[in-house]
Write a protein that binds this ligand. Structure first.
Ligand code: MEV
Length: 316
């Protein structure tokens, strides 16, 4: 339970999808890893169960956060706690800010209700919140955030409902990416909805493309576990081609993909929802000089290590 001297603090990590976004919504596998930055939630004493939304959120985001919070709070018996959110990530940049927020909030709510914030309990509650944010999420974002590991994920539909299955991927070599922001990002609901309309019109064609992405993800998972960064990078490049074929890329995203490749990325693609803009990732054995170069050129970017033995001096 909370007290003024012992406030609850919880973290939810942001995420990047290494391969398999969008097709993961249709039951194909994806690989995703946690970022070292995310959302911090603090729980303090209160007469009721309330959310203090971040000032940086716009009106629509605030509305959605309150609805998602109310849904999760109800499920844990509305403990008396005031939850304050501190996002370290840009909101709505395709880096899993809503999932990070859902995970951090769920951890505080569970503790305030006297329940253990295990990865499973956290993921279950965060899933409820994510449905308010995204409608029909695959579950990959909040599962990555709750597990805080590089995972191979698959959405599973059974008569009992939708669940997700995750397996941790270990790499004998550091798997590090540069995350660069390009253009103004499209809302996930929009790109997911537009793709759903296209695949409903031409189901066989889109099934073929999703199947190709699924096979790439399986090959990429093997490459991660073998420490084959070149193979992983090539799979990422081909995945970007397929994302473009699915109608999910744009000039701003493609420009950044080619920029990262020209700086030596073993593989580069957009990550997350795609659309008009958003986040692009490049796989680099040594990401720091690339971050320095892009930052000098005015690009918002950072490096993050997703798996493998920790690199000395890396604080991502
Ligand atoms: C968004 O980060 C990833 C998507 O695949 C949607 C989802 O998995 O729910 C586009």
């Amino acid at each position: 339970m909370t007290s003024a001297t012992n406030p609850l603090v919880a973290f939810g990590a942001g995420k990047v999808i290494l391969l398999g976004e969008h097709s993961v919504v249709y039951g194909y596998p994806a690989i995703a890893g946690p970022l070292s930055i995310g959302v911090v939630a603090r729980g303090g004493p209160s007469r009721s169960c309330v959310l203090d939304v971040p000032v940086t959120a716009d009106a629509a985001q605030k509305r959605m956060m309150r609805k998602a919070f109310a849904r999760a709070a109800k499920l844990v018996g509305e403990p008396r706690v005031k939850v304050t959110l501190e996002p370290q990530l840009p909101l709505s940049a395709g880096l899993g800010s809503s999932a990070a927020l859902a995970v951090a909030t769920s951890r505080v709510l569970l503790q305030a209700a006297g329940q253990a914030p295990t990865a499973k309990a956290t993921a279950r509650l965060a899933w409820e919140m994510e449905q308010e944010f995204h409608g029909t999420p695959s579950g990959v974002d909040h599962t990555t955030s709750a597990e805080e590991k590089l995972i191979l994920y698959r959405r599973v539909q059974s008569p009992a409902g939708v669940t997700g299955r995750a397996r941790a991927l270990k790499s004998p070599r550091p798997v590090s990416v540069v995350v660069a922001l390009a253009g103004a990002r499209s809302p996930t609901k929009l790109t997911v909805g537009a793709l759903r309309e296209r695949q409903a019109l031409w189901p066989e064609r889109y099934k073929r493309l999703f199947g190709q992405v699924g096979r790439l993800v399986t090959e990429a998972a093997q490459a991660v576990e073998a420490g084959d960064l070149e193979g992983l990078g090539d799979a990422m490049n081909v995945n970007q081609g397929l994302l473009n074929a699915l109608g999910l890329s744009s000039p701003a995203l493609e420009d950044m993909v080619f920029r990262l490749r020209s700086l030596g990325a073993l593989g580069a693609k957009f990550t997350g929802a795609g659309g008009d803009g958003g986040a692009v990732i490049g796989l680099f054995p040594e990401p720091e000089p690339v971050v320095a170069r892009l930052t000098r050129d005015g690009v918002r970017c950072f490096a993050s290590q997703l798996a493998g033995p920790r690199v000395q001096g890396d604080n991502s």
